[in-house]
Write a protein that binds this ligand. Structure first.
Ligand code: ZN
Ligand code: ZN
Length: 324
C-alpha cells in the first residue's frame, strides 16, 4: 500500500521486490502495526516524507535473506528508528534518537505496509517467543515510545495519561507493574477508552477537560491536541513533569506562568534509541505486557487509518500481511 502524496488515500500497487543493501536484511512481513504517526504522514502534518512511500514502522516478519546478525527464518521486528550516522554529537553521547541525519522507517525509509521490507539489521530487534506476530507489532512503537515516555516521568507515583490509545494502554500495564497509581484522561464521553483504562488498572478514568481527582506527579500526553498541555499542567502537582509523547501536536495555547511555576516541567520525547528497544523488549514479556489488537488485512489500510482518525480503535490496530 503506497502513499503517493499526503492527503490522498494509500494505493494498492505491485512493486519490484526490494533488494537488501550492505548491512540490510530482507524481511517477509507478517504483520505491521498502525500508528498515529502514520496518520500524521498521510495527513501532511510531517514534512518531507519519502514519496512515494510505504508506511508502517511496527514491522514483525521473518528474515528471508539474512545478514550477519540475523539468519533466514528468524522472527524480528523493525521499529521507527531505521538508521543513524553514528558520528554526530548526539550519536556520540548516547542520544541517537536525536541524530542529525537519522532515517525513520515508514517515513524517510519504506516501511511495512507491504509483503516484503528491507531494514538495517543493526536497528532490528528479536521478537519475544510468547507473542504472536499481531501482538508483537504494537510493542515496536506504541510500546517503545510509551516506555521511553514513562522513563521521563522518573519515579512519579500518581501518573496521568492523556489519550488512551495504543501507547497508553501499554504504558498503563508498565505503570501498574511498577506500582504506580494511574489516572486516564480521554475525550469527554469516550466510554470505550475509559473502560479499557479501568480494566488495565487505572483507578480513575474521565474527561481530559474536567478536574483531576487529585494532583498528579507526572502526566504523559499521547493525544495530538495542544490544549492538553495547559490542562495537564493544571492537573500536576509542584515539581511535576508533563511529557508530550507524540511527533505532532496542534499549537499549544498560551497559559499563565503560574501553571509552570513551582518547578513543573514540560518536555517532549522524540524517537527511540536501540537501547530503549532492547530494554523494553526484555521487560515486556516479564510484565507481561498484553497488547489489545484489532487485526485487519493489508488491503483495508485506508479504512483502518480512518478508524484511528475517528478514535474508534480499541487498543492498537494491526495489519495482517502474510503467513498463518
Ligand atoms: Zn509510531
Ligand atoms: Zn547521529
Amino acid at each position: 500500500m503506497v502513499l503517493d502524496e499526503p492527503g490522498k488515500p494509500l494505493r494498492p500497487v505491485d512493486l519490484p521486490d526490494p533488494e537488501p543493501g550492505p548491512g540490510q536484511v530482507l524481511i517477509e512481513v507478517a504483520a505491521c502495526g498502525v500508528c498515529r504517526t502514520d496518520l500524521h504522514v498521510v495527513d501532511g502534518e510531517l514534512s518531507n516524507p519519502k514519496l512515494p512511500l510505504v508506511l508502517g514502522h511496527q514491522i514483525v516478519g521473518r528474515v528471508a535473506r539474512g545478514g550477519e546478525r540475523f539468519q533466514p527464518g528468524e522472527r524480528i521486528g523493525v521499529p521507527w528508528l531505521g538508521w543513524t550516522d553514528g558520528e554526530c554529537r548526539y550519536c556520540r553521547n548516547g542520544r541517537e534518537n536525536l541524530c542529525d541525519a537519522a532515517r525513520f522507517t515508514g517515513y524517510t525509509l519504506d516501511g511495512g505496509y507491504a509483503g516484503l521490507a528491507v531494514a538495517d539489521e543493526r536497528y532490528c530487534v528479536p521478537i519475544p517467543e510468547r507473542y504472536t506476530d499481531e501482538e508483537a507489532a504494537p510493542l515496536l512503537c506504541a510500546g517503545l515510545i510509551g516506555y521511553r515516555a514513562l522513563r521521563m516521568t522518573g519515579d512519579a507515583e500518581r501518573l496521568g495519561l492523556y489519550g488512551f490509545g495504543a501507547s497508553a494502554h501499554i504504558v498503563a500495564q508498565l505503570a501498574g507493574h511498577e506500582g504506580r497509581r494511574l489516572f486516564a484522561f480521554t475525550r469527554a464521553g469516550d466510554e470505550a477508552a475509559q473502560s479499557l483504562a479501568l480494566e488495565l488498572g487505572a483507578e480513575w478514568a474521565g474527561g481530559s477537560t474536567g478536574p483531576a481527582p487529585e494532583p498528579l506527579d507526572a502526566a504523559i500526553i499521547f493525544a495530538p491536541a495542544g490544549e492538553l498541555v495547559p490542562a495537564a499542567l493544571r492537573a500536576t502537582a509542584k515539581g511535576g513533569v508533563v511529557v508530550c509523547a507524540g511527533i505532532h501536536m496542534t499549537d499549544i495555547p498560551s497559559f499563565p506562568y503560574e501553571l509552570l511555576w513551582e518547578e513543573r516541567a514540560v518536555r517532549s520525547v522524540a524517537n527511540l534509541t536501540r537501547r530503549d528497544a532492547e530494554e523494553f523488549m526484555a521487560l515486556a514479556p516479564q510484565v507481561p505486557v498484553r497488547a489489545e489488537v484489532e487485526v485487519y488485512p493489508l488491503a483495508e489500510a485506508n479504512a483502518v487509518l480512518d478508524r484511528l482518525r475517528a478514535g474508534e480503535v480499541r487498543g492498537a490496530a494491526v495489519l495482517r500481511i502474510s503467513g498463518p
